[in-house]
Design a protein around this ligand. Structure first.
Ligand SMILES: [Zn+2]
Length: 162
């Protein structure tokens, strides 16, 4: 058997203890463990080690438990608030995009009429129209980038326990 087969078996043995594996992976692993004594021994060793670890009673300081619960609740609240803010932002972006599309013919007509009235060259009013579309979006993106959490805040969001 190749090394990759045993390596896959070890990965699946570990994964089955952590996040679970699919039925097809389970069937493959069981077939491999039936044929490979070395991998079967490793799987048995892991089972024994996990069973031993579970048999050790662990008592935690109630203050540590309480602090952990508070931090988990705080983190959950932060995630909910962040999700809510992002939902509002996406809705505002979608609404803005819809209004932009719906008003495009009218804005085009208005810029064209103004250029005719003041006898402006076509490249000039088309450039002005492009700025009319781009500048508000760029200003919004800049404001969003300015409001976006900086690196330290992102670290705190990713791991509030540091
Ligand atoms: Zn093996």
């Amino acid at each position: 058997m190749s090394e990759d087969v045993h390596k896959r078996a070890q990965t699946l043995i570990t994964a089955s203890r952590v996040e679970g594996i699919s039925n097809s992976d389970r069937a493959w692993l069981n077939a491999h463990l039936a044929d490979c004594a070395a991998c079967a021994l490793r799987a048995h060793s892991l089972e024994t080690a996990v069973a031993l670890l579970r048999s050790i009673p662990v008592t935690l300081d109630p203050e540590v438990v309480g602090a952990t619960r508070r931090r988990v609740r705080l983190r959950a609240r932060e995630l909910r608030e962040h999700k809510s803010r992002m939902r509002g932002l996406w809705m505002a972006c979608a609404f803005s995009w819809l209004l932009g599309v719906l008003s495009a013919p009218l804005v085009w007509w208005a810029f064209q009429r103004l250029s005719q009235r003041f006898d402006l060259p076509e490249p000039l009013w088309i450039t002005a129209l492009a700025f009319y579309w781009v500048v508000p979006a760029a200003a919004g993106a800049a404001a969003l980038a300015w409001q976006w959490p900086n690196g330290a805040q992102e670290d705190k969001l990713a791991n509030p326990y540091r």
